[in-house]
Design a protein around this ligand. Structure first.
Ligand code: SAH
Length: 410
């Protein structure tokens, strides 16, 4: 007898679950459970075999997000789960196991002496759908994306404090508010730390304000690409578009760039970028020019007479959903075309898309179109992506969202 309400799949719809895809779509369901939004449910095949456990979201197209799979052939997960499901509920030890597992990976990857901000929990990428946790030194910024993980909030808070983090900020996400009926308020769950926070990344320092910042306060996911840029920037005239915190600019200057311009449409972002540059000023000669420019990047690229050797294109997600892909594709193409027209022969372009709905092949095709229109010889030197603290669950390719190309433009 199961202790959880049962969601039964239609015949032949168990394949994705057997392959550990963590989403159950409404079209695969034969019988919905008697359960509320956010309840933990058991997923069974049409034949009544227990396959997995997940968080129920009756109002969503993704009616269930799976966090535990039960096929005996896989071993391990089953043994761990038996102890907890036997008690009629999923206990804190189970969730602690997930967090400690994720933390062990980060500890292997990162040296706290030089980097103290990282993504601790990357939702499905860490087998914990519905939870994003970004760490800024002693502060954790939590995003709970579904009711199921919102119900775990007291447990998660206790576990994170138990691991030694001192402050926790719960940050709401607009898309979850609309799709998952989640509250829209953001708040400190502990005493608030002094703001802005100051974090270290590859030995450089940045201000982070989780209350005001985009995402959880910082684009942690560009860490390794910024570091790559640092190694390429020596003697280069660099343009950083959509600069926000000026992260790429700080790395370029630290890498020996001869001039850096940071362009962002938001005056606040330009000011924040300037503050971050001041914070790291000791890392490069005082006479190196930097300019923060509040402007639309498309306009700027169209109008400027400045010649650059290295251009970073890291715009916000142009495609927020599947419907906006054609428009977004046009936006990416225009942007890359403008950069190809602007860049000095032999220059480098680092171009990104963080739109989940535009995969890396499509992105490459868009950039190809821009190169063809610009009539420049473009070569891909490196394929870029998200860092290891944003792991991609191989059974859930959707957890891959950041893609980029390092291009040599002749
Ligand atoms: N590259 C940044 C992240 C970019 S976030 C980093 O590494 O941290 C997106 C930024 O683009 C925001 O700061 C936003 O203000 C800015 N932005 C959005 N549309 C813009 C436009 N048309 N022109 C210039 N900046 C824009």
């Amino acid at each position: 007898m199961s202790q959880f309400p049962i969601l039964q799949l239609l015949p032949k719809k168990e394949r994705a679950v057997l392959h550990r895809h963590p989403w159950v779509f409404s079209g695969a369901v034969k019988k919905l459970p008697q359960a509320a939004n956010g309840d933990i449910v058991e997923v069974q095949s049409a034949e009544g075999q227990t396959l997995a456990y997940g968080f129920f979201s009756p109002q969503s197209q993704i009616v269930c997000r799976l966090f535990e799979f039960m096929e005996p052939a896989w071993g391990q997960g089953m043994a761990a789960s038996a102890a907890f499901f036997g008690q009629g509920q999923v206990g804190p030890d189970y969730w602690r196991g997930k967090i400690e597992h994720a933390l062990a990976l980060r500890r292997r990857l990162l040296d706290p002496a030089t980097t103290n901000c990282y993504r601790l929990l990357h939702a499905e990428g860490d087998f914990f759908p519905g939870v994003i946790a970004d760490v800024y030194h002693q502060t954790v910024v939590l995003q709970l994306l579904i009711k199921g993980t919102e119900k775990l909030l007291p447990t998660l808070t206790e576990l994170l404090l138990g691991l030694g983090y001192r402050h926790i900020y719960l940050k709401s996400k607009a898309s979850s508010h609309f799709l998952e009926d989640m509250p829209q308020e953001s708040r400190w769950l502990t005493e608030a730390p002094e703001l802005p926070l100051r974090v270290r990344e590859h030995g450089l320092e940045f201000y982070v304000n989780p209350e005001k910042g985009q995402k959880t306060g910082f684009f942690i996911d560009q860490r390794e690409n910024r570091q790559l840029l640092r190694g390429l920037a020596h003697g280069k005239r660099v343009l950083n578009t959509f600069s926000y915190t000026a992260g790429f600019s700080v790395y370029a200057l630290a890498g020996g760039a001869s001039l850096v311009h940071s362009v962002d449409i938001s005056k606040d972002a330009v000011a924040l970028g300037q503050a971050n540059l001041e914070l790291n000023r000791g890392q490069w000669p005082a006479q190196i020019p930097h300019q923060g420019i509040a402007a639309d990047c498309f306009e700027y690229l169209r109008q400027t007479d400045e010649r650059y050797d290295l251009i970073v294109l890291d715009p916000p997600a142009f495609a927020k959903n599947a419907k906006s892909v054609p428009n977004a594709a046009r936006g990416y193409k225009d942007l890359n075309l403008l950069a190809f027209r602007q860049i000095e022969p032999g220059g480098l372009v680092m171009t990104f898309s963080c739109s989940q709905n535009i995969d890396k092949l499509l992105f490459q095709k868009i950039v190809f179109g821009a190169a063809a229109d610009a009539r420049r010889n473009v070569r891909i030197l490196q394929f870029l992506g998200q860092p290891a603290d944003h792991p991609v669950n191989i059974f859930h390719p959707e957890s891959e969202y950041l893609k980029g190309l390092l291009l040599w433009v002749e």
